[in-house]
Structures are given as C-alpha cells and as structure tokens.
Design a protein around this ligand. Structure first.
Ligand code: FAD
Ligand code: EPU
Length: 357
C-alpha cells in the first residue's frame, strides 16, 4: 500500500475515533500457535459505536477483513494483507430469571473461561464441562465448542451479530444457528459476513450434571453423588485438561487440529471389522465418530517431531509448535498426517483449525 494512502487511513482513523488502529502489527501473541506473522492493520474495538465507525470507514471498503478473538483456533500461513479486527467489549449480566433457569448475556470480548468461572461462582448449571477452553465468548458459537459430553448448542439461547453486509445488528435463535459437531451457520451461509457481538445462554438453577464422558466419570468416581458440586465438576474437567492438553503459553498449539471423522452405521461396520482396536464414540443418531487421535497415533505420529513441529506426546490430535515454526511448516506436517491416515485407513481427516491462506 502506498505511503500516502496509509497515512490518510491513519488520519481518518484519528478523526473518526478509530484510535487503536495499528499498522504492520505482529500477530505472534494473538495466535496460540505463536506463529509470527504481520497484519497490515490491526484494530481493537471496544464498543458497537466504534464498530459502526469502522464499518463506515474507507478502511472497511478497501481492505479485506479478518475477525480474531483469542487466536486459539487459527493457523496463519502468511502475513495478513488487510485488517485484523478484535472485538473486545466485555460484560456479563443476567437478563432474565425464572424459578428454574436464567438467561445470561455475555459480550463477545469476554474470555470463555471467565464466563464459565462466573457461572460456577453463581451456581448456574450447564457449561461447567466446558471449563478451561481457551478463547473468546464471541468465537464459541462458530464451531459450537464442545468437551466432555457437552456442546455449546445444549445451552445456547441466541446469538447477536453485526451483519457486515448491511451494518445492522441481528439475532439468531439456537435453531437458526444450524449447530452440528464443530459446525454452525457461521462456518457456512454466514461465513465472512458477521461479527458476533453477544451470546445469550440459558442455564439451569437446578443442580444437574452431565457425567456421560468416560474420562470425566472416571475422574469423579471417588466422589459420592451428594458431594458433587458445580465446583468439583468444573475442577475435575480442569484437572483432566491440564493432564493431557499442552498449555499454549508454554507450547504453541490450537487444540485438536482435526475433527473426529464421522461415519454412518454401514461404513462403520466395515471399518470396525477391519480395525477392531479402533477407538470410537457411538452417537445418539446411530452414527459413529472415530477417534482421530487414535488414527494419527497408529500412523506413528504421537510425539514425533519434524523440525519445529510435532504431534503432542500425550494427545496425537494436537499439533504443536516447538518454537519458531512457520504456519506453512505446521500445515505441511498436518498434510503428511492427512495423507498417512488416508493411505492406512481410507479416511479423510478434515481440519478443525481455521487455516488462513
Ligand atoms: P479465534 O481462534 O480467534 O477465531 C476462531 C474463528 O472464529 C476464526 O474464523 C475467527 O475469524 C472467528 N471469530 C472469532 N471471534 C469472532 C467474532 N466475535 N465474530 C466473528 N468471527 C469471530 N475447542 C473446543 O471446541 N473444545 C475444546 O475442548 C477445545 N480445547 C482447546 C484446547 C486448547 C489448548 C486450545 C489451544 C484450543 C482448544 N479449542 C477447543 C479450540 C478453541 O479454544 C475454540 O475454537 C475457541 O472457541 C476459539 O476461540 P478464539 O476466540 O480463540 O477464536
Ligand atoms: N486417543 C488415542 N490416542 C491419542 C489421543 C486419543 O488413542 O493420541 C483415544 C483415547 O482412547 C482417548 C480417546 O481417543 O481416550 C478420546 O480422547 P480425548 O478424550 O482426548 O478426546 P478427543 O476425541 O481426542 C475431543 C475434542 C476435544 C475435547 C475432548 C474432550 C474434537 C476434535 N476434539 O478430543 O476438543 O476437549 O474431545 O471432550 O472433537 C478441540 O476441539 O480443540 C478439543 C481439544
């Protein structure tokens, strides 16, 4: 971009109030892989008013746009030639309370785990199994975050988003979000057309837990039922996660790199006859998920390092940056995994991480 135009943008930014606009901004600390790339512009926004100003600016008209939250599900493969925007508005409040449930509203800029801690403190049941998932509240609906038998869709009431096409704020109900396993309308019809500004959850005031996930029930097997509290369940999830997931502050990663592949009953029967040791999860609709971690481990990747990249020694589904890896090195490692899993098992792995190419 020519120097004159850049300076004009900065001037307009100052006049319109987009004071936080930064040029040639390193995203190294804004993505949990720790990949060192540069955004042509970086803008942190704290209110809907600032968002309006940005939408009406020339910067919006002339540059491509990427929204970022905590960067814990993104892989940058090169510098970003456009505006990277972080919507950081915070705030959590109860907007409706009935006898047995509350509706709780959170601004998109809250950390997801801060919202979980708030609900644990206030004994609002429903997201304790989603403790310690990194990232922002705003990103949570996009892939319908899930862990230990619970998905966001189980508690989500509605989502408010800014429509980038017409500049209006819109609401989607749970049903309108078309949630699926690591999937939603935001990854399909609405892709690149929205900024999530608020998430509204319906949480229970009645004590109830979902301990259907084996590692969670194992972790709590010595806790008598009458001693189970929202704190003990949340703490159990935190303990499991700390014991097998790498801390991105110490070892760059974005959680599971791939989704667990799904199969209909017929395909599954053929598969399991051929690979009877495979780890799988039966779904309520008579379909199956195969453990991608198992497939990758069986291809010899668990703990295997190539240059600065590896599959985590305790969980092969997590690709890690040992330091200094580029996004393309991480992608090449992922592509090797895809090819080996395909050759050995005839299964095509799909990435869960959003790859920015
Ligand atoms: P980002 O990585 O910043 O963005 C993800 C996507 O959302 C991008 O496409 C981005 O453009 C878009 N986006 C972000 N915010 C907004 C917004 N406000 N409006 C519009 N678009 C937006 N995920 C799980 O589901 N379950 C897990 O158990 C889990 N465990 C993890 C463990 C580790 C150690 C790590 C590093 C990640 C894990 N994840 C897990 C993945 C990740 O935490 C989630 O996907 C999380 O929701 C990403 O949030 P984020 O704010 O970091 O999103
Ligand atoms: N397994 C292996 N080898 C491995 C890893 C796993 O054999 O290297 C087998 C083990 O038998 C293990 C089983 O797979 O018991 C399940 O492993 P885990 O409980 O870690 O779950 P996962 O299916 O690998 C999924 C999510 C995680 C989520 C956990 C817990 C996906 C893609 N990943 O992982 O989400 O935290 O379940 O519910 O669905 C994420 O999305 O980033 C993420 C971390």
């Amino acid at each position: 971009m020519e120097k004159g135009i850049t300076q004009l943008y900065i001037l307009i930014a100052k006049v319109t109030g987009l004071m936080n606009l930064q040029k040639n901004y390193s995203l190294k600390y804004l993505n949990t892989f720790g990949v060192d790339v540069i955004a042509k512009y970086f803008l942190e926004i704290h209110s809907e008013k600032e968002l309006d100003e940005f939408i009406q600016s020339d910067l919006r008209k002339n540059e491509q746009l990427l929204i970022i939250g905590g960067g814990s599900n993104i892989l940058f493969t090169r510098d970003y030639d456009g505006v990277v925007l972080k919507f950081s508005k915070k705030g959590i409040s109860v907007i409706e309370q009935k006898e047995d449930f509350v509706l709780i509203e959170s601004s998109a800029g809250e950390l997801w785990d801060d919202l979980v801690k708030y609900t644990v403190r206030n004994k609002l049941y429903g997201i304790e199994n989603l403790s310690l998932i990194p990232g922002s509240v705003g990103a949570a609906p996009i892939q319908n975050i899930g862990a230990y038998g619970t998905e966001l869709k189980d508690v989500l009431h509605s989502v408010e988003y800014y429509d980038l096409d017409d500049g209006s704020l819109k609401n989607l109900s749970n049903a309108q979000c078309n949630f699926g396993y690591r999937n939603s309308i935001f990854k399909n019809e609405l892709k690149n057309k929205f900024i999530i500004t608020k998430v509204i959850l319906k949480l229970s005031l009645v004590k109830k837990f979902n301990l259907s996930y084996k590692s969670l029930s194992d972790e709590l097997k010595n806790t008598p039922e009458h001693e189970l509290t929202i704190e003990t369940v949340s703490e159990a999830v935190r303990n499991i996660r700390r014991s097998k997931l790498p801390d991105p502050d110490l070892l760059g990663n974005a959680g599971s790199f791939f989704k667990n592949p799904e199969m209909d009953n017929e395909t599954f029967q053929l598969f399991i006859n051929k690979f009877p040791d495979a780890i799988y999860f039966e779904q309520s609709d008579n379909t199956y998920k195969i453990s991608a971690g198992w497939l990758i481990e069986k291809c010899g990747y668990k703990g295997k390092r190539i240059g600065n990249v590896g599959a985590y020694e305790k969980q092969a589904l997590i690709i890690t940056n040992y330091g200094g890896a580029t996004g393309n090195e991480i992608l090449e490692y992922a592509e090797k995994i895809i090819s080996d899993v395909k050759n050995n098992f005839g299964i095509e792995l799909n990435s869960e991480v959003n790859i920015i190419q």
